[in-house]
Design a protein around this ligand. Structure first.
Ligand code: AMP
Length: 226
C-alpha cells in the first residue's frame, strides 16, 4: 500500500515540520503547496507574479490554480509510491478535486494536527525560517533566536506573511475556509487526529503510529474485498 498522506491543521500547527520528517522517514516526497508558490515568487515566474499579492495578504490562491498545480505534481513518477501533501487541500472544492485525482490509487490517509488558537499566534509570531532551505527555527522563551539555520547554516528570516496583521487574517481564513475540511474527512476510516501541542518529537511519534494504524486499516479492507 502507498502512503498517500495529507496533513491538515491551522497555520503554525507544525504541518511543514512534521510533513518533512515523515516524508524523509518513509522515503516519499513532501509536496508543500506553500513552498511551490514561494519558490515561484522568488524565481519571478508567471505563476509567482500571479500569486504574490494574494500570499502577502494571507488570502488563498484560487482553487482552479491550486488544483492544476497539485494534479501535475501528483502525476509525476516520484509520487506514484506515495507522498505527503502539506498545505493542500485547503477548501472543500480542493478536497473534492483531490478525491477525483486519487481515483484508482490507494486511499488518502488524513492526519489533523490539533493546536489551540492561542498557541498558534505565538508560534507564528516567533517563527523564523531559513532563507536557503526553508527549515524552521524557533525563538526560545527568553526571546533568543539561533544565529543561522541548524540544517544548512543559511540566514534565518521571518516569512513575509508571519507578521501579526497577516497572521490574524490567515487564522480567519483557516477558520472560514479550511476548518470545514475536518467535517468533510472526519467520517473516513483513515482519518486520524494528532495532538500537535506536544514537543515535535512526540508529535512525530504519534503521527507515525497514527499513519501505521491507518495503513493497517487500508490493508485489512483491501484484503477483505479480494
Ligand atoms: P503555507 O506555507 O501552506 O502557509 O502557504 C502560504 C500561502 O500560500 C497561503 O497563505 C496561501 O496564500 C497560499 N497557498 C498555499 N497552499 C494553498 C492552497 N492549497 N490553496 C490556496 N492557497 C494556498
Amino acid at each position: 500500500v502507498s502512503l498517500n498522506l495529507i496533513m491538515l491543521g491551522a497555520p503554525g500547527a507544525g504541518k511543514g515540520t512534521q510533513a518533512e520528517r515523515i516524508a524523509r522517514e518513509r522515503g516519499i516526497p513532501k509536496i508543500s503547496t506553500g513552498d511551490i508558490l514561494r519558490e515561484a515568487v522568488a524565481a519571478g515566474t508567471e505563476l509567482g507574479r500571479r500569486v504574490k499579492a494574494t500570499m502577502e495578504q494571507g488570502q488563498l490562491v484560487s482553487d482552479e490554480l491550486m488544483i492544476a498545480i497539485v494534479r501535475d505534481r501528483l502525476a509525476r513518477e516520484d509520487a506514484r509510491r506515495g507522498f505527503v501533501l502539506d498545505g493542500f487541500p485547503r477548501t472543500v472544492a480542493q478536497a473534492l478535486s483531490l478525491d477525483e485525482i486519487m481515483r484508482g490509487r490507494d486511499p488518502l490517509i488524513v492526519a489533523d494536527l490539533a493546536v489551540a488558537e492561542a498557541d498558534l499566534v505565538r508560534r507564528l509570531a516567533n517563527r523564523l525560517v531559513c532563507g536557503s532551505c526553508g527549515t524552521n527555527a524557533v525563538v526560545d522563551a527568553a526571546g533568543n533566536a539561533p544565529k543561522s539555520c541548524q540544517q544548512c547554516g543559511g540566514p534565518l528570516v521571518q516569512r513575509k506573511d508571519d507578521n501579526e496583521a497577516v497572521v490574524r487574517e490567515r487564522l480567519q481564513v483557516y477558520q472560514r475556509q479550511t476548518k470545514p475540511l475536518l467535517d468533510f474527512y472526519r467520517s473516513r476510516p483513515t482519518f486520524r487526529e494528532v495532538d500537535g501541542a506536544q514537543s515535535p518529537e512526540r508529535v512525530a511519534a504519534d503521527l507515525s503510529a497514527a499513519v501505521d494504524s491507518a495503513l493497517k486499516q487500508i490493508t485489512s479492507t483491501q484484503g477483505a474485498g479480494r
